[in-house]
Ligand binder design. Structure first.
Ligand SMILES: [Fe+2]
Length: 319
């Protein structure tokens, strides 16, 4: 029997650690439940980032989140990278290590983006086999995140929720459910985000991501540059109902405001959870989550489409 969150702890409400907030965190020691670090920002650095991270890791639980594993690529797994991940995980006592269901390059070329995979039986076999190898090397809980995407493959044979469900079951790994990614992809590819959240294996959801995105009118881009919009909160509420609670983290990677603003954003989750607890029926509000795409973002930021992908921002983060 698989237990909730695969037996991993519920860390509470955390924030993605970004260098612009180092001074505030070191001086004020904010009451954040936990931090998620971008693995690549620390694995090759022995300078100030590692020094700061060590101090933060003494006070707060740490989870590692990577963008370079390229689990979907046909290139061989990078074992040097995996061993660096393993070493960093040990040094910060990471509760788990995550990355994305994606590929970032092929034939030795790195696109510095998180690209979608064709959702086929062949891809599923390929990814499951590689996850098993990664888990064997890391010897630390491994979790994969559903991506946001902008194109789909004509050869795909199943919906994404089915792919990641079978992937997690067959590889016996955890899931990081990014409800903003579900929402962004649901608009871009016209599927029901509620159906997605309701059909993934809830006992395998170890962690959740929240973030803002940019509405470009004809499509959404996963920019992590603003507040979480109401339809995404609705998906979070539903995921919380179905999982019984999961470690929740806010990602804010562009136009990053002061730390208290970022922290306050993730603390809004308490309202959605407590509202639900006050309602014994726990009735979800899927109609709100399924509002028309044009309506969803009308009170948010419809802005110019020239925006970087969060994966690109990782490089700028490294000092
Ligand atoms: Fe995410």
């Amino acid at each position: 029997m698989v237990t909730a969150r695969l037996g991993h702890p519920h860390l509470g409400l955390g924030v993605g650690l970004r260098s612009v907030h180092y001074p505030h965190i070191l001086k004020e020691h904010p009451e954040v439940d936990w931090f998620e670090i971008i693995s690549e920002n620390y694995m090759d650095s022995q300078g100030r980032p590692r020094y700061v991270l060590e101090q933060i890791a003494e006070r707060y639980p740490i989870v590692m989140h990577g963008v370079s594993l390229s689990i979907g690529s046909t290139d061989p797994l990078n074992h040097e990278y995996l061993h660096k991940l393993k070493t960093l995980g040990a040094s910060v006592h990471a509760h788990w290590i995550s990355d994305h269901l994606c590929w970032t390059g092929v034939a030795g070329r790195n696109t510095h983006d998180l690209l979608p995979v064709p959702l086929t039986e062949e891809t599923l076999r390929h990814v499951v086999d590689r996850i098993r190898v990664v888990q064997d090397v890391l010897e630390r809980p491994f979790v994969l995140e559903n991506p946001s995407s902008y194109v789909t493959f004509a050869c795909s044979e199943m919906p994404e929720w089915e792919f990641i469900s079978r992937m997690a079951e067959e590889a016996d790994c955890g899931l990081l459910l990014d409800v903003n990614n579900v929402y962004v992809s649901s608009v871009n590819h016209d599927f029901d985000p509620i159906e997605y959240v309701e059909n993934v294996p809830h006992e395998r959801i170890v962690q959740c991501h929240l973030a803002g995105h940019t509405n470009c009118g004809t499509h959404l881009i996963d920019t992590h540059d603003g507040h979480v919009i109401d339809p995404v909160w609705e998906l979070y509420r539903r995921a919380h109902q179905l999982t019984g609670g999961m470690s929740t983290l806010l990602e804010w990677d562009a136009r990053i405001p002061e730390f208290p603003v970022v922290h306050a954003e993730v603390l809004k989750a308490k309202q959605h959870i407590s509202d639900e607890l006050e309602s014994p029926q726990g009735t979800p509000r899927p109609e709100a989550a399924k509002r028309s795409h044009a309506e969803d973002d009308v009170d948010n930021h419809i802005s110019e489409p020239v925006v970087p992908h969060p994966a690109v921002l990782v490089a700028a983060e490294v000092e």
